[in-house]
Ligand binder design. Structure first.
Ligand code: 13P
Length: 284
């Protein structure tokens, strides 16, 4: 199938009470692992590409890899820009072939975030590309984003509802207590915020920082209206564990296929488990 917008599956996710995973890609093996997981689980999926990953892999390579993977799969696949920082970056990705974008205007004052997000929605929707907006500040470290615990700010539910009414984004990321990267303790998720916002807007809520969140917390969040969950760190951890073990135990190993192949398997198993947990397995 060609790449599709997130609107090919997010409305169904919200209606039927499951979430679709955004799995960030960092290299070829991530793309292969994620698409294989989707095919085996018969699950819709979202390839996430951050600006850092795009710099590392090259914009055209990201699009070519995602397109090739989607075209040989019979499950719906979106290629989504993660935390797009400007109108220009968003437009560049759309022109290159992304089927979905996030515009992260959360660091702007509220009204300015609305104004800029509306501009992105107007341009993206004109060419059938879905848009995710963000309100509140998600803590933790991810590529260019580094938000300390003190600076992380939960989303105000009334503001989130107004933000959606004005922008009509297709997916609404709100800061509810999760963070990018692994957690030291257990994240304190504000389910009341999820519930209030989800019940008042059509778009599903997006949970960033999906790695390391206990299964029960994920299930509860999905039952309250989370329809998209982002995962990156857990796949990286699964990959590096295998690579480290193999290289430590085999000092003569030099063929990258010998350690990246098994690492790719580890990512695939991690993604498959997430698809089952999110309830998206069998929904394609
Ligand atoms: P984790 O790295 O914590 O899984 O978060 C990923 C994410 O939210 C991407 O936007």
């Amino acid at each position: 199938m060609p790449l599709v917008s997130m609107n090919a599956f997010l409305p169904q996710a919200k209606k039927e009470g499951f979430a679709v995973g955004q799995f960030n890609v960092n290299n070829l093996e991530f793309v292969q692992a994620i698409i294989e997981a989707g095919k085996e689980e018969r699950s819709p999926l979202i390839f996430g590409a951050s600006e850092g990953a795009i710099r590392y892999m090259g914009l055209n390579n990201v699009v070519a890899l995602a397109k090739a993977a989607a075209e040989e799969a019979d499950v719906p696949v979106a290629l989504h820009l993660d935390h797009g920082s400007s109108f220009e970056v968003v437009m560049k990705c759309i022109r290159a072939g992304f089927s979905s974008v996030m515009f992260d205007g959360s660091h702007y004052p509220f009204e300015e975030n609305i104004r800029l997000t509306k501009k992105v929605v107007e341009a993206a929707h004109a060419v059938g590309v879905s848009v995710e907006g963000e309100l509140g500040t998600i803590g933790g470290v991810e590529d260019d984003l580094n938000v300390s615990e003190e600076d992380a700010a939960l989303a105000d539910p009334d503001q989130a509802i107004r933000f959606w009414e004005e922008t009509k984004v297709d997916a609404m990321a709100i800061a509810v207590g999760t963070a990018h990267g692994m957690y030291k303790g257990e994240p304190k998720i504000r389910y009341d915020i999820i519930e209030k916002v989800a019940s008042q807007i059509e778009a599903p809520i997006v949970l960033h920082g999906g790695s390391g969140v206990p299964d029960e917390s994920i299930q509860k969040a999905v039952s309250l209206g989370v329809g998209k969950i982002n995962v990156n760190t857990e796949n990286q951890v699964a990959m590096v564990k295998v690579v480290r073990e193999l290289l430590d135990n085999n000092p003569d190993m030099i063929d990258p296929r010998k350690y990246l192949g098994p690492a790719r398997e580890a990512i695939k198993e991690t993604v498959k488990a997430k698809m089952r947990l999110f309830g998206s397995s069998g929904k394609a």
